[in-house]
Write a protein that binds this ligand. Structure first.
Ligand SMILES: C[S@@+](CC[C@H](N)C(=O)[O-])C[C@H]1O[C@@H](n2cnc3c(N)ncnc32)[C@H](O)[C@@H]1O
Length: 172
């Protein structure tokens, strides 16, 4: 089953399977939300008491401890990344060869506006920049963009921020 990670998912609008339910390509995809911020991590064994009972939310520092095996992830999504570098060694480790990191955000976001902030120079050659190539042709990724724009809510005014950057980086 294809796997999507929602990196730095935030506390307000984690992605749930139902977000993708009416998109054929995503019907069988697994979505896991990861965040370092403790309050989004489920603590109750009774999922129905949690604010997002259908969302799979896990505590993770996405720069050092993504709870997935090597080469097991199809899409690592980062919407309004803040506080972490997206194209880091840990994201590279879990992506399948040919898997993609999708970065959506504001061009004013310092973690988005410079590629240097998204990727260490040592890792850069291991990612292939597909910015604006795939979105024009790939319904699945355009759909992710749509969902991200609709769902982005959390912290530092991102509710009001225009998400005008869409970058796709494929693991070589
Ligand atoms: C600006 S918020 C964006 C949240 C959400 N993606 C959205 O668009 O609404 C950035 C999130 O990244 C999380 N974060 C920061 N550093 C992180 C790290 N090293 N690992 C995992 N999450 C991190 C923060 O806790 C915060 O929830």
């Amino acid at each position: 089953m294809p796997v999507i990670l929602n990196l730095g998912a935030g506390s307000v609008a984690p992605m749930q399977k139902s977000d993708l339910a009416n998109i054929d390509e995503f019907r069988d995809w697994d979505i896991t939300n990861l965040d370092i911020y403790n309050s989004i991590v489920p603590y109750s064994p009774d999922r129905s008491k949690m604010p997002f009972p259908n969302a799979d939310i896990r505590y993770s520092n996405v720069e050092s401890s993504i709870p997935f095996g090597d080469g097991t992830v199809d899409i690592a999504l980062a919407v309004s990344p803040y506080g972490y570098s997206v194209l880091n060694g840990e994201v590279h480790r879990v992506l399948k060869a040919g898997g993609v990191a999708v970065v959506i955000g504001s061009q004013r976001n310092k973690y988005v506006c410079k590629l240097d902030n998204l990727c260490s120079p040592a890792l850069r050659p291991h990612f292939f920049d597909l910015f604006e190539v795939i979105p024009a042709n790939d319904l699945a990724l355009r759909s992710i963009n749509y969902i991200a724009q609709r769902g982005s809510r959390v912290s530092s005014g991102s509710k009001a921020t225009k998400l005008d950057f869409f970058g796709i980086y494929q693991k070589r």
